[in-house]
Design a protein around this ligand. Structure first.
Ligand SMILES: [Ca+2]
Ligand SMILES: [Ca+2]
Length: 212
């Protein structure tokens, strides 16, 4: 009976190891659940700062501007009226821990309306400015950019329109996924796996005796 409990403990330890390695979605937003509208301060998991605004485009509202690889609704970082030069920031900060890798993805395409745009993306130590021609649907596509920190910090994901315009760059499919350090296995999950396997090794004779 004691061995049975040990077997459960070993299984739980192995389960924890798998959990520790499992990627965690920290943020995911495709704006498809937001009602398309002009002059918005809130857009899904994001809101604007400093009295600026954005437009959520889609359905009957200029949906054609959300060009591939974007789909459904997207956000025009140049809003309408008021202060349209948007600073769009995640509503909640994400806690960045040393030893974790944060994979940042987003799609930023040109305005599709003839003008060039400049947009700065910042997230903890990550900071990039994308200057996009109107029809540039490639240069601002970022997939799994690795963000790491040496000291714990709390970070907002921010998209800042540097161009005074109502025809901004168009944003869609934003996500942050955290995984263990680099592409390898984190030290703590290795320890947990080792503990689980040692336990299983000692239990093996009794276990085989029961089933065999
Ligand atoms: Ca979308
Ligand atoms: Ca606009």
């Amino acid at each position: 009976m004691k061995r049975f409990y040990l077997l459960i403990v070993a299984s739980v330890l192995c389960g924890i190891a798998v959990y520790l390695r499992y990627p965690t979605t920290e943020l995911s937003e495709n704006f498809d659940g937001v009602k398309p509208e002009l002059t918005l301060e809130d857009a899904g998991a994001f809101h604007t700062l400093n009295g600026t605004n954005v437009d959520v485009l889609g359905s009957d509202l200029q949906a054609n501007l959300c060009a591939a690889p974007e789909s459904g609704n997207c956000v025009d970082l140049g809003g309408t009226g008021g202060n349209p030069q948007a600073t769009l920031q995640s509503m909640k900060p994400i806690d960045l821990e040393p030893g974790e890798t944060y994979r940042l993805s987003f799609q930023l395409i040109g305005s599709q309306r003839g003008n060039e745009t400049s947009t700065t993306v910042s997230f903890g130590p990550y900071r990039e400015t994308f200057v996009l021609e109107s029809g540039d649907n490639k240069s601002g596509i970022v997939k799994d950019a690795a963000v790491t920190v040496s000291e714990a910090q709390s970070a907002f994901l921010t998209f800042t329109n540097n161009t005074k315009t109502e025809e901004g760059a168009l944003l869609d499919n934003v996500s942050v996924v955290s995984t263990g350090a680099g592409s390898g296995v984190s030290a703590i999950s290795l320890l947990v796996v080792a503990a689980g396997c040692v336990l299983l090794f000692f239990l093996r004779p009794a276990w085989l005796g029961k089933v065999g």
